[in-house]
Ligand binder design. Structure first.
Ligand code: FES
Length: 382
């Protein structure tokens, strides 16, 4: 706040101490060169039915914000979010509404809270008309008089807004904002409700993927996605040309005829693997990773498709340079050097899946990846 008049027009400290808040407000306005032209009380007669009606209308929006916020939190925790194939009509319908329900409830909560605030401002805040001359107080800092008058003005604005005596609005606004705040905190915290390390040997832990055999000796085939989860198309070495690449997913005989399990294997985010067949002259130059010398099958190499930067699918294979490009942030991985990053923000090589060919002629995984796939996470050691 700046004072626009000369010191001769200012009251003494004693006079200042004896002034009422209203006088201080007017003095502050005057010192700032502000002329209050009109300062009407929106409800000059207190407690009328119209005033109560306006109050209830505002509270109603805050109650709606509260209910929508609670619905958002409830949907986040309890709505079925796990994929259900379309064959199960009712289950699929519930599943397909998960994301829309989150969006709708959060949107309604924010919208209702905003409307409540706007309505309150419109109906209860005095619509004053004031004219102010601009003055920067010659670059000097705020004086005691400026501080006192601005505090008085703020307190006056608070009282004239009548929020202090409108407990219904205060309570519902607090509730609405509180629940909405809780919802925004719940979003990042929800991921921690289930401990991913509860059973580190489970295929669902961050250290394992769908390539992990579910019992000793289980055969996990490499299959392609034809668009129909129930159409099982396994991969043989002769299916790929030299320099070719194919995205593959795990398949186990126990899942045949089970649409849910077959769909889940194609949708699980850590399952996609790139099967690459190097050209013979390129394969001769391959540098293998220590301890993974036998993970390939001849000129065939299989790597996780999940970028080690932040997890995009890295699938732009450039045959001439034997580099794999991740389209998200342009990391490049050298497929002749165990898919180590040679450009861009990724810092770790793509994990390699050990493969071989089964006696029936189809590719199989020898076991799961020996390291977590995808981007880093807090407990990851490498
Ligand atoms: S996610 Fe691949 S480079 Fe960023």
């Amino acid at each position: 706040m700046s004072s626009g008049n000369g010191p001769e027009q200012r009251p003494s400290d004693e006079e200042l101490a004896g002034m009422s808040r209203d006088e201080l407000v007017r003095l502050g306005a005057k010192l700032d060169g502000v002329e209050i032209v009109n300062y009407p009380d929106p409800w000059p007669v207190k407690g009328t039915r119209a005033e109560k009606r306006a109050q209830r209308a505002v509270a109603l929006w805050f109650v709606l914000a509260t209910l929508a916020g609670l619905a958002f939190i409830a949907a986040l925790i309890w709505w079925p979010s796990e994929y259900v194939p379309p064959e199960d009509d009712s289950g699929h319908l519930w599943y397909s509404w998960y994301t829309p329900v989150l969006g709708i409830t959060l949107g309604v909560s924010v919208l209702a809270l905003s409307i409540g605030i706007l309505l309150y401002t419109k109906r209860f805040i005095p619509n004053e008309l004031a004219v102010q001359e601009r003055n920067d107080n010659m670059g000097k800092g705020s004086a005691e008089i400026d501080r006192k008058t601005i505090v008085a003005q703020l307190a006056d604005a608070g009282e004239r807004s009548t929020i202090g005596r409108r407990s219904m609005i205060k309570r519902t606004a607090g509730l609405g904002a509180g629940v909405l705040g809780l919802g925004t905190v719940a979003l990042p915290v929800a991921g921690f409700i289930k401990n991913p390390w509860e059973n580190p040997n489970s295929p669902d832990s961050l250290a394992h993927t769908g390539w992990m055999p579910q019992y000793p000796g289980e055969i996990v085939y490499l299959r392609r996605n034809t668009g129909n989860p129930e159409e099982i198309s396994l991969v043989r070495p002769e299916d790929l040309d030299a320099g070719g690449m194919e995205t593959v997913f795990p398949f186990r005989e126990s899942e045949r005829g089970d649409p849910h399990a077959l769909s889940a294997a194609l949708k699980r985010s850590d399952n996609p693997v790139m099967l690459i067949r190097l050209r013979t002259e390129d394969a001769e130059r391959v540098v293998k990773r220590k301890g993974q010398e036998d993970f390939n099958y001849g000129t065939y190499y299989a790597y996780s498709k999940i970028c080690t930067h932040v997890g995009c699918p890295a699938s732009l294979y450039e045959q001439q340079t034997n580099r794999l490009l991740c389209p998200c942030h342009q990391s490049q991985f050298d497929m002749l050097q165990y898919a180590k990053p040679v450009f861009g923000p990724a810092t770790r090589a793509l994990p390699q899946l050990p493969i071989t060919v089964h006696e029936d002629g189809y590719f199989i995984a020898r076991h799961d990846f020996i390291e977590p796939i995808g981007p880093g996470f807090w407990e990851r050691k490498s």
